[in-house]
Design a protein around this ligand. Structure first.
Ligand code: CAA
Length: 255
């Protein structure tokens, strides 16, 4: 792993992007490592939640411009560099972004692709691709249009100006703003709370919420209903309901 560091804090895997001399510019190799790390955490039975973070100055300052500057449209089509990002959406476990400093372009898209976002006060979110004569390529137009509506999305995407953590919070793009020094610890605590929840229920809830963004309302309701019924096949649902009735703390096993 040339561009990442990783360690576990109990059931939480902390993955840190560490290409600090380039503000974590997302070159192909870094994204490959990141996707592999997320998938490995997803497959590891000892991991219940994942925290993705970057450096103090930047979560990530976008796709690596140096890697793209001389590329032709054909090069980009053949490289298809954003295909790997689809696999991030395929991660079943909760992924929490802990963002300090710049989250621009692909860095903003990466934060938005995480399930929850905890931002330090210094965080700045934005899609400045327009200033390079480009547009977002890793989901920015879709995330922002769906989450902010047309007018706010177009303003951010057309002007390319970054917004502060507090503005992102007020727009509903992120979950919480905390002091920078508390950002990763806060995300880890959140991960630990999630780790106490029944994993199969968390997974089904995630699936249903993402489906809500993809499908017509009625189809989403149908999918949600079926996933709800499916959870009755888990021992954790049985245990959770029984523990409630018996006024005790449930013990979830992940099956
Ligand atoms: N790609 C490649 N290198 C980058 C980079 C990027 N996205 N962002 C920063 N760097 C490099 C800089 O070139 C610089 O390298 P050198 O020291 O060798 O000169 C180093 O990181 C430090 O950056 P700065 O000196 O520029 O730091 P700063 O504090 O003056 O500015 C910044 C910080 C405002 C974030 C500025 O670096 C910047 O504007 N970066 C580019 C942001 C951007 O346009 N991102 C979108 C990329 S396209 C994209 O992401 C497409 C997509 O949808 C996925």
């Amino acid at each position: 792993m040339a561009y990442l560091t990783m360690h576990d804090d109990g059931p939480v895997r902390i993955v840190r992007m560490a290409r600090e001399d380039r503000l974590n510019a997302l070159n192909l190799a870094l994204v490959d490592e990141l996707v592999a790390a997320l998938e490995a955490a997803d497959a590891d039975v000892n991991v219940r939640a994942i925290v993705l973070t970057g450096g103090e100055k930047a979560f990530a300052a976008g796709a690596d411009i140096g890697e793209m500057a001389d590329a032709t449209a054909v090069d980009m089509k053949l490289r298809d560099q954003f295909r790997a990002w689809d696999r991030i959406r395929g991660v079943h476990k909760p992924v929490i972004a802990a963002v300090k400093g710049f989250a621009l372009g692909g860095g903003c898209e990466l934060a938005l692709a995480c399930d929850l976002v905890i931002a330090g006060e210094s965080a700045k979110f934005g899609q400045p691709e327009v200033k390079l004569g480009l547009m977002p390529g890793a989901g920015g137009t879709q995330w922002l249009a769906r989450r902010l509506g047309k007018a706010r999305a177009l303003e951010l995407l057309w002007l390319g100006d970054p917004i502060t953590a507090r503005e992102a919070l007020s727009l509903g793009l992120i979950n919480r703003v905390v002091p920078d020094e508390a950002c990763v610890a806060h995300a880890v605590e959140l991960g630990k709370r999630l780790a106490e929840m029944p994993p199969v229920a968390l997974r089904c809830i995630k699936e249903a919420v993402y489906q809500a963004m993809d499908t017509a309302f009625a189809d989403g309701l149908e999918a949600e209903r079926n996933l709800f019924y499916l959870l009755f096949a888990t021992e954790d649902a049985r245990e959770g309901m029984r523990a409630f009735l018996e006024r005790r703390k449930p013990e979830f096993q992940g099956r």
